[in-house]
Design a protein around this ligand. Structure first.
Ligand SMILES: [Mg+2]
Length: 225
């Protein structure tokens, strides 16, 4: 299923005004998030509830999956309530794993130097966003930072893109989105965003997830403006 608008072609920078960038997996190493949710939280949950690590993992992964594609998926307060754990406090215990992908900062500087507007658009919860901005040098790099939680719909939902458009007024035909989540790229394609870039190397410790549906990169060095 090639995107009928873009196919698999690299971005044409002279036809792009606005760049929308996802955070986790795209600009930041998804290893932090994977480790946190798949290993660290199950371990704490097992301890708190007196069950084995295996049982905790199984129970939690099932629970996570049931919330995929919804705002609950990234809502730290939701998971704190559901799991009986202080999720924001646990995140801080492993925040040394938060890391910016190679070439991400150079790419951000390159976009701004080329005169484009650049926005961070994430499904991450406000508390996650705050922690990641505090632990990286990303914060000053954008014309605006938006989380889907403020729009009441995740990026997998067309309404999220409508709300974002109301907010910043981008023209979909002259906009680029870079993302590691295919479901979000699919939604953006349906919305009419013309230039879609898939980030295959979301995690530094997992093999790249390649796709032929979108133009796929390992690092932003491949599409420097
Ligand atoms: Mg992502």
């Amino acid at each position: 299923m090639n995107n009928p608008l873009t196919g698999n072609t690299p971005p044409q920078w002279d036809l792009i005004d606005v760049v929308l960038l996802d955070m986790d997996g795209t600009l930041l190493d998804k290893h932090f998030d994977d480790h946190f949710w798949e290993e660290y939280v199950p371990r704490q949950y097992a301890r708190t509830h007196g069950i084995s690590d295996e049982e905790a993992s199984e129970r939690l992964l099932k629970h996570y999956r049931s919330m995929e594609g919804t705002l609950n998926w990234t809502d730290l307060d939701f998971w704190s309530r559901e799991l009986g754990l202080d999720i924001p406090a646990l995140k801080r215990q492993v925040d040394h794993l938060i890391a910016v992908h190679p070439y991400a900062l150079e790419f951000l500087d390159g976009i701004r130097n080329a005169g484009k507007k650049v926005y961070l658009v994430t499904n991450a919860h406000g508390k996650t966003l705050d922690l990641k901005m505090e632990k990286t040098s990303l914060a000053g790099k954008f014309h605006g930072i938006y989380t889907a939680h403020q729009f009441g719909a995740p990026k997998e939902d067309l309404r999220c893109w409508d709300s974002l458009r109301d907010m910043i007024g981008f023209e979909p035909a002259r906009t680029l989105l870079a993302e590691d989540t295919l479901a979000v790229l699919d939604t953006a394609a349906r919305y009419g965003i013309r230039y879609l870039v898939h980030v295959a190397n979301a995690s530094s410790v997992r093999p790249p997830q390649t796709t032929d549906r979108y133009f796929s990169i390992d690092t932003f060095r491949e599409i420097m403006p």
